[in-house]
Each structure stands twice: as structure tokens, then as C-alpha cells.
Write a protein that binds this ligand. Structure first.
Ligand SMILES: Nc1nc2c(ncn2[C@@H]2O[C@H](COP(=O)(O)OP(=O)(O)O)[C@@H](O)[C@H]2O)c(=O)[nH]1
Ligand SMILES: [Mg+2]
Ligand SMILES: [Zn+2]
Length: 291
């Protein structure tokens, strides 16, 4: 019998395919090895099964997108989760993450979690900054039960990838929206003690006609773009770069730069601009190292 489904987990050559008849344990047919395609979590596949328990993957549908770390395909949106304190927010890391997600053709959702730990005048400016740039932003707290229903509504029918630093509450949020305790949570100190070797398997959790993916948190992020293209990922610049004297202006040292004027007038957020400069320099020095 031929069925279609989605790979939700892969361990040692076995792929667990979620189908209308439940989860079927599959192996890949040799032809994938010949064409150099390795099935990954997230793939939509056709399988062949006799008993609805195990079977073979016979076809992998074209991927809409594909992430390398963690290896997962066909992601619709990334819930970029951060807290403002405990752990402290690193705005450079946040802006870098947004760009990384957009580069991969994935819709970013910015989730400011643990808002029970700060007052509104602390998180509202951040919320408004990204909201005004046109991003989907959500403020959440598991203890005060804020934003959980909104988050739930945002993930229905989609494949959502929770990402963000360790300890910000990704696993907790997934537990909250599912109403379970399936995801392992822990405090920061515990996690740091356990160290880097706690790489868990990538697993898609079927939920509300969609899927969620928990990740252990990122350590290093590499943007794979030329530094001259970075400016296109800063929406803040769009209205002001028309005022730059040069069309090729990178908004760094050029004279009559509309972006720099907007920064000094407070029309563009200063930290966003300084993150742009930091990332620009980082990309430039990475390139130098490569050659
Ligand atoms: N104050 C507060 N703490 C939270 C919240 N969400 C999670 N935590 C705590 O933060 C710690 C890390 O949570 P966890 O879900 O494991 O974070 P993860 O590493 O991003 O998956 C745990 O001790 C949680 O209880 C929240 O909304 N408010
Ligand atoms: Mg976690
Ligand atoms: Zn400029």
C-alpha cells in the first residue's frame, strides 16, 4: 500500500513517518543513496507499507526549504524566542537570528518571553520597535499565562521551529501550548553544567494540523551572504536610503547618507544601526579569512 506522510524523526537509518494511519517506521530505498539525497526530518514522502507498521520511503517531495543546523526541511515559520532578563537579551544575536531565518526563506515571529520578570516600560519599546518594522511580535509568559493563546493561534496548521538561546523558555512554551509536560525544561545553570554534548534528536511534534520543532538553542550562527547585501535585510533603512547620494551606498562612510541622517535624528533605532555595522564588519572579516 502506498501512503504519503511526513518524516517527524530519524534515528540510525530509520525514519518515522507520520501518516493518516499513524506513525510508520521506514527505511530509505537504495536509490536515494545513489542520487545523494538523504531523507531529513520535515520531508514530505511517499512510502510503501504492507502492514501499516513498517515500510520503505519510495519518494521524497521537493523541499520548500532546508536548514542545516538542525537538519530539517519545509519549515513555515521560526518562533525566535528571547527573554529580556534571565538570560539577558543580546540584541545583536536577535537581529542576526532574524536575518538568518529570512535568508532561509522562513517567516520570522519574534517572541519576547518571560515578560512576568520585567515591567511593561522595559519590554514595550522592544515590542513596538519590531512591530513597527512589520514583524510579527508576541509577548508571552508561562507564569502569568500571557500570549499563550495568541501563540497557539499563530502555529495552527503550520510547521513552526522554536529557536533562541538556551534557557529563554522555548520548551516551556511548547509544553504550554500543548498542555503537556513532554518537553524537557531546565534552568540555565543546569544546562550549562550538562554542557554542549546534550544534542537531542530533531523531532517534529504533530500539533493542531501543524508541527512544532523544539531546538536546544544555538551556539554560533553564520550568515552566508556578502556584506554588501546585508543592508537589504534591514527594513529600517528602506524609507531613508532613497535620500542617500549614492545608489550603492552601504550607509557606513559615504557622504550624504540618508540612513545615517535618520539614525542621528532618532528615526532609525541606534542599536539596530550599530548591529548592522557589527554584522557588516563580521561578514567582511569572515570573507578575508576565507581567501
Ligand atoms: N519567569 C519565567 N520563567 C520561565 C518562563 N518560561 C520558562 N521559564 C523558566 O526558564 C527556564 C528555562 O526554560 P526552558 O523551557 O527549559 O528553556 P529553553 O532552554 O529555551 O527550552 C526554566 O526554569 C523555566 O521554568 C516564563 O514565562 N517566565
Ligand atoms: Mg529547551
Ligand atoms: Zn546611505
Amino acid at each position: 500500500m502506498r501512503l504519503s506522510g511526513r518524516i517527524i524523526r530519524g534515528i540510525g537509518g530509520f525514519y518515522y513517518v507520520y501518516t493518516e494511519h499513524g506513525i510508520i517506521e521506514c527505511r530509505a530505498r537504495g536509490k536515494f543513496r545513489i542520487s545523494n539525497i538523504v531523507p531529513i526530518v520535515g520531508d514530505n514522502v511517499d512510502i510503501d507499507t504492507e502492514n501499516l507498521k513498517d515500510g520503505f520511503i519510495i519518494n521524497i517531495h521537493n523541499r520548500k526549504n532546508e536548514l542545516v543546523r538542525p537538519p530539517v526541511s519545509n519549515v513555515d515559520q521560526a518562533i525566535i524566542t528571547f527573554s529580556i532578563v534571565n538570560p539577558a537579551l543580546n540584541r545583536l544575536q536577535l537581529d542576526k537570528m532574524i536575518i538568518l531565518v529570512e535568508l532561509n526563506g522562513i517567516h520570522p515571529v519574534i517572541c519576547i518571553n518571560k515578560i512576568d520578570l520585567v515591567t511593561e516600560d522595559v519590554f514595550a519599546p522592544l515590542y513596538n520597535l519590531y512591530k513597527n518594522l512589520g514583524y510579527d511580535v508576541i509577548a508571552t509568559s508561562k507564569f502569568d499565562n500571557i500570549g499563550i493563546d495568541k501563540l497557539k493561534a499563530m502555529i495552527i496548521g503550520k510547521t513552526s521551529f522554536f529557536t533562541g538561546p538556551s534557557g529563554v523558555g522555548k520548551s516551556s512554551l511548547i509544553n504550554c501550548i500543548q498542555g503537556t509536560n513532554k518537553q524537557e525544561i531546565g534552568d540555565l545553570s543546569e544546562k550549562l553544567l550538562r554542557g554542549k554534548h546534550t544534542t537531542r534528536n530533531v523531532e517534529l511534534i504533530p500539533f493542531e494540523n501543524g508541527y512544532v520543532l523544539d531546538t536546544p538553542g544555538f551556539t554560533s550562527l553564520n550568515l552566508d551572504i556578502d556584506e554588501t547585501e546585508l543592508k537589504y535585510y534591514f527594513r529600517d533603512f528602506r524609507n531613508y536610503e532613497l535620500d542617500c547620494r549614492f545608489k550603492s551606498c552601504l550607509h557606513i562612510n559615504e557622504p550624504d547618507c540618508g540612513v545615517k541622517i535618520a539614525v542621528s535624528n532618532g528615526l532609525i533605532d541606534k542599536i539596530r544601526y550599530s548591529n548592522y555595522l557589527n554584522l557588516y564588519n563580521e561578514l567582511k572579516s569572515n570573507k578575508r579569512r576565507r581567501y
